[in-house]
Design a protein around this ligand. Structure first.
Ligand code: SF4
Length: 347
């Protein structure tokens, strides 16, 4: 089986390595938090926010014992809040079942909330210096090109081939540097748009480079279809405050977040008086009149493309399951859709 030239890779990494905050002091908890933060956040943003988060929650025990609102507040602005919720749940399991120490076993790690194959392998290799196949998007791109693999990077065929080569190539005592070097190589040289093959320590054995077909790899994963929906959000004022509702704690998307009352509806749904009645009844209000459209904006969230309409409604009644919020005060845990509507509506 082909082996990656580990010696050349490690020699390159020794001088090319960037000094990122999570690389100082490689404790298992720091590695774990960094990997979760880097999942949907750029290294530039994460490098600014990571030290602050670690100062607030220096150990799994510190995060496990905190209020959820404190964890969300420390994550504010990074988006994809499910990440920090899962991290806190996992920290509680670590405190309860592992005396507060991060497990070093890949399989046990994979059983913790929010930890998938990649994160478990990264913790094992980067924190415990044990061989593991650490395949993030950067490494997948490097491996697809180096192997000249014709399957999409999310296919089982590619994952197995890459995994086998990585485990076969990693020097036993250098698992941490080897894994980190490949991630760094993907970020700095084997970039998606412009690979710098002339500087690459893998170039001599790279299939894509030797066949001058770097742009052909990796083959893209089949696109997930996105769904187009209409979103109707209601602006009900009470003096300077507006009515907001909280999403259920078990909602699949953004559980516990606050938003303007309303709903996602199939494209082209009527937004007439009957619809307003339906949306306002659960919070104890009754619309007086038709309402007027204040703004319409586009917004995307996960695989949904939203056409959002902000409708101001004069509504009466006794509020229930809702709260009055000052929209000009800094809002934590507000859905990005409602935040955007309030912002563009200059509310
Ligand atoms: S030689 Fe070029 S394509 Fe191959 S791994 Fe290096 S940077 Fe990527």
């Amino acid at each position: 089986m082909k082996r990656l030239p580990a010696d050349q890779l490690l020699a390159w990494f020794a001088h090319a390595r960037r000094d990122l905050p999570w690389r100082q002091q490689r404790t298992p908890w720091r590695v774990w938090v960094a990997e979760i933060m880097l999942q949907q956040t750029t290294a530039l943003v994460a490098s600014k926010r990571f030290p602050e988060f670690m100062q607030r929650f220096a150990t799994p025990r510190a995060l496990a014992g905190a209020e959820e609102s404190a964890a969300l507040a420390a994550w504010a602005g990074l988006g994809y809040y499910r990440r920090v919720r899962s991290l806190q749940q996992a920290a509680r399991v670590v405190v309860r079942d592992h005396a507060g120490s991060v497990p070093r076993n890949e399989q046990i790690l994979r059983g913790l909330p929010g930890i998938g194959d990649y994160t478990a392998a990264a913790i094992v290799a980067l924190a415990f210096n044990q061989p593991a196949a650490v395949i993030d998007a950067n490494v997948a791109r490097v491996m697809a090109r180096w192997l000249g693999h014709e399957s999409p990077v999310n296919s089982q065929a590619f994952r197995s081939a890459a995994r086998e080569v990585l485990l076969h190539s990693v020097p036993a005592a250098q698992a941490r540097n080897f894994s980190e070097a490949l991630i760094e190589l993907g970020a700095l040289l084997c970039r998606a748009a412009a690979a710098d093959c002339a500087a690459c320590p893998l170039a001599r054995s790279c299939v894509a480079h030797s066949t001058q077909s770097v742009e052909r790899f990796p083959h893209p994963a089949p696109r997930k279809l996105s769904t187009a929906v209409d979103s109707l959000r209601l602006l009900v004022r009470r003096g300077r405050r507006v009515v907001m509702v909280q999403r259920p704690a078990d909602a699949a998307l953004l559980p516990g977040f606050w938003e303007l009352p309303g709903a996602w509806l199939p494209r082209g749904s009527a937004t007439d008086a009957a619809m307003l009645r339906t949306l306002l009844a659960p919070i104890g209000l009754k619309a007086a009149g038709e309402g007027r459209v204040l703004r319409q904006v586009s917004h995307s969230i996960t695989t949904h493309r939203l056409r959002c309409r902000l409708v101001e409604v004069d509504a009466r009644g006794r509020l229930r399951s809702a709260a009055l919020v000052d929209p000009t005060a800094p809002q934590r845990n507000l859905t990005t859709e409602s935040a955007k509507l309030l912002r563009v509506g200059a509310i």
